[in-house]
Design a protein around this ligand. Sequence first.
Ligand SMILES: *[C@@H]1O[C@H](CO)[C@@H](O)[C@H](O)[C@H]1NC(C)=O
Length: 640
Amino acid sequence: MLTSGERAGRRPRGSGIRGPHSALTDFLAANNISAQEIRDSYRDRVQRAEQDAAEADNGEGSSNAGEDAEADLQAESSAMAAERTRKRKRNQDEAIAKIKKGKEAKKKASKKKKKGPDDDSEEDFMDMYKKAKKLPGQLENCELCDKRFTVTPYSQAGPEGGLLCTPCGKELKKEVKAQEKAKQKPVVRKGRRKIESNRLDGMTVRGPKSLQQLCIEKLAKHSEDIDELGDMPESIMNKISEIFSKKRAMNPTTMKLFLQPDMDTVAIHESAYLETEDFDQIFAVCPSVKKLSLRNCCQFKDSNIDYLIEKAKSLVDIQLLGANLVSNDKWIELFIARGQDLKSLKVEWLDAAFDDQAVEALTTFCPNIERLKLERCKKLGVDSIDAIARLEQLEHLTLRFYDQVPREKLVHMIKSVGAHLRTLCLEHFLDSDSDPTDDILDAIHKTCRHLSKFRFSENTECTDDGYVNLFTNWPNPPLRYIDVNSLRDMDNTNPDGPTDYPVGLASGGFQALMAHSGPRLEYLDISSCRHISHATFTDIFDGTKQYPHLRELNISFCPVVDTQVVAGIFRSCPELKKLVTFGCFQVADVVVPKGIVLIGAPKAQDQIEQFGDTLMEFQTELQREMDEMRAAGRFMPVVA
Ligand SMILES: *[C@@H]1O[C@H](CO)[C@@H](O)[C@H](O)[C@H]1NC(C)=O
């Protein structure tokens, strides 16, 4: 509660109000508005208006200066003169602000600037309706700030067709220039964005595109007008299909272009626009298809599986990603009907069906399966792990579960199927109920002898020692592909992890990994393995040690990586094509050698002069391609 004294205190002091108040004064006072201020500001405004009138008379000069004006002029104090100059300046400033804001002004001005001499006639015609322009030497009021000035041959035209004083003219010119610059900017940025996007897509080539690439892009651009793709190698067909998918141009009409009766593989990378009957088309047109790969096939239903079972008798490889309308029983039916032939199955993003029973059926009826990938299937639980453990003939296994899987189950599975595996990918396997152990790594070390691709990611349990033991004296030959991203401790309050026993792939583990697989390694992802030290990086990539096959390396979010590490990598990896360094904020000013693309380092720019070399190479390449086509009689030289 406010006391009456406090309330009174809110009233601005010096308001000079005494005695009984009007209701309005009370209201204003309660809202912290002073009646005195209002009165003062009103008085100011009246005074200013009077001054303006007097000034206008002075400004007009002798033409209509009466005796009164003469008297006024003399009476004017020097203070008044100063005030006038200030006011002029203010007017001018206001006018400049007006230029900056006025869109209309900009538009007209730039139009005028761009127009060639031929367009002047229209301009002149429009001018007929305007006041006649003053000639050089005459006095004129600036169109924007209203200041009086002497017209020169260089006086600029204002937005309304009048003339501008020198300061306003300059400002307008500046604006127009800035505007033109701004217009060019987005174009530049767009090009850069496109380049970055292509890099992320793996299109790391600079310089002119190949003839083949140009043709494919042309096709994709006119996807709706193509009647037939004709006789084309499947690899190119697949490339076109990829581009169509990326451009969301894969629809029931364009899909048919990719179906040819004798095809081995049908791969549609984006099937979201396809309907149930379109999927039947695949088996009707290509009954001999061996490999079927459909991504985002949301409308693939039970009836499609029925038709597949009936028609596609050669199918050995099935990838159905996002086929959520296929029921559990239908999956089981598929395995019963086709299990004997099935060599490869990949399913992903299933949340309505495909449960442990389906996996049970799979392991029972598909004795010849070699390749299995089950990722992000919501219904899968621990029992599936036991079922998969029975697939001893497996060569490639990729799993990513939502459920927690107890360690001993996983260890049992690896011990059962590990011996023949060439690919082992275990992503995101967590068991927060058990104590951290290295049992899994130990099992891999003891059972796996033929791995060439290994992914073990998003794990916060195994220790650095565990990784050291895995890679030390491992009878498995050096690996070609290793993805061990995000093996680190995850305690927000202690980002460096425990010091007595490092968790995740830290310095020791990384040393052991490179010692084991470095000579053969082509692909390595150690992103977010944040406990690897700077000294380890500079030792492994010291510029002298060589990793002759390493082509792609992702070291994103390893905080110690700096320019020195990156430079060392360039020298130690002669075959490197791609280096990814997102979140490595200490990488700057590094010279990227020709043929390598560095992704994610905002401060490091490619050296522009390398572009010249690349251009030469591509011209030679283009020439070679044209020569080949000419030799094949597909290309008639223009010169006879
Ligand atoms: C590199 O690793 C980061 C972090 O794991 C990941 O987000 C990114 O997609 C990877 N980039 C490439 C090109 O492999």
